[in-house]
Ligand binder design. Structure first.
Ligand code: FES
Ligand SMILES: [Fe+2]
Length: 426
């Protein structure tokens, strides 16, 4: 097993609020105040961060043709976002708010239309956001300036098929500045070629960070997933599911993770066997099948039991790249004690046969079951935290991603600027 270089996790970062170091105490001790998961004040401070940084809200393939649109509600930013591909093919993002009396303009989630018509008084907008029609305009709004009455734009950038937005009217960074080394790392990956997506989502009654933590470490697999994922993941060589390599890119991170090479689906489980054979994308495929994400920079130690690379994009997105596909998890804060969990499983193509269809849907259901174990756990964790019995929680060395996430947030919220900070030698 690797020796973890803790110093790596102390590297400075910049999310557009100045250069900072992750909170050193959290990185070194793993101790995080429980109050950061409970307090309304802390939650509000974190939501300020959400309003300033780039957030992945969708996929280019969600808006495939002119007129296609999606709506994403980002409760953390008190915003509903309308993303639409114009007749000119350009994807734009807008506040989903009518210019007349600020009604939520589009109430659906996804569609394809030549214009948006407000349900209240029927003002209409083109898919590029321009105001197009106002009923009774001559009598009711003789002086209305159409040119300045379109939808309010939101900063948007599309990278490798992923749509990012920034709710700051004047973002301090470009997406490139924000993602930094993550962009370089994933430059040669075919993220944008996986255009068939299955989506799961649900509201979880716990703080968003507890959900994020559960997806950021393998330490719990052996216990919590004893009846589901354990045999596939926990190996003799790596029984406690340590990541086998770690890199930090500013506020983001990458880990390589392994599978259990001795795992075989027992003959007594023909359905699970069928799933594995039909859809290796979202399951643990055979190591011999080197696939789409076998590119330079990933699995840097070339571990023979490699199963996936996890890219943890600050603040709330986890991208997992496996041999034949990838999946994402998002943790969207709603309140201090609730968040919306979203998972997207990306496949290279739509299912062509009944076997593939069954395999894909069953594999998504299988992943949902595993995630349900995490979710049920974080809900119980939240109510237990509220008891006040434990003033702090503690993350181990191999829960370093959780430490780093907490340390980055702590520095942003409570200030730890890079320049005056001198890192103490251990
Ligand atoms: S609020 Fe939209 S048309 Fe009146
Ligand atoms: Fe889990």
């Amino acid at each position: 097993m690797m020796e973890l270089d803790v110093e790596k996790a102390l590297a400075e970062f910049d999310v557009g609020l100045g250069r900072m170091h992750p909170d050193e105490d959290i990185i070194r001790t793993g101790k995080v105040a429980s109050d950061t998961y409970l307090s309304k004040n802390r939650f509000d401070q974190e939501m300020e961060v959400f309003r300033r940084v780039w957030l992945n809200v969708g996929l280019e393939s969600d808006v495939p043709k002119p007129g296609s649109w999606i709506v994403r509600d980002v409760e953390a930013g008190k915003a509903s976002i309308l993303i639409a591909r114009g007749q000119d093919g350009i994807i734009r993002a807008f506040h989903n708010v009518c210019s007349h009396r600020a009604l939520k303009l589009v109430w659906g989630e996804q569609g394809c239309d030549s214009q948006f018509v407000c349900p209240y008084h029927a003002w209409s907008y083109a898919s590029d956001g321009r105001l197009r029609g106002v009923p009774d305009r001559a009598a009711s709004f003789p002086d209305l300036d159409f040119a300045t009455s379109g939808l309010t734009p939101i900063a948007i950038e599309v990278w490798k098929g992923l749509i990012f937005i920034n709710l700051d009217p004047e973002p301090a960074q470009t997406l490139r500045d924000f993602l930094g080394g993550v962009m370089d790392l994933l430059e040669d990956t075919p993220l944008d070629r996986f255009r068939y997506t299955a989506r799961l989502s649900g509201v979880v009654q716990s703080n968003w960070k507890a959900g994020f933590d559960a997806a950021s470490e393998g330490y719990h697999v052996r216990a919590l997933h004893a009846d589901s994922a354990k045999d596939m993941v926990c190996s003799q060589k790596n029984p406690h599911v340590h990541f086998v390599s770690l890199d930090v890119y500013g506020p983001h991170r990458r880990t390589s993770n392994t599978r259990n090479p001795d795992f075989v689906v027992p003959e007594s489980k023909p359905i699970q066997k069928l799933i594995f054979e039909a859809v290796p994308q979202v399951t643990v495929a055979d190591a011999a099948e080197r696939g789409a994400f076998d590119v330079a920079g990933l699995n840097p130690t070339q571990d023979e039991d490699w199963s996936n690379e996890q890219i943890s994009i600050f603040p709330n997105c986890i991208l997992s790249l496996a041999m034949h596909g990838f999946w994402t998890m998002h943790y969207w804060p709603i309140s201090p004690d609730s968040f919306r969990w979203e998972a997207h499983y990306h496949f290279a193509k739509a299912p062509q046969t009944w076997t593939e269809r069954f395999g894909m849907e069953a594999s998504v259901a299988f992943n949902r079951d595993i995630s349900s174990e995490d979710i049920a756990c974080t809900e119980k964790q939240h109510t237990a935290m509220e008891s006040g019995a434990k003033p702090f929680i503690q993350f181990g060395i191999y829960e370093m991603i959780c430490r780093h996430q907490a340390a980055v947030l702590e520095s942003i919220v409570n200030g730890s600027h890079a320049t005056p900070m001198v890192l103490a030698a251990e």
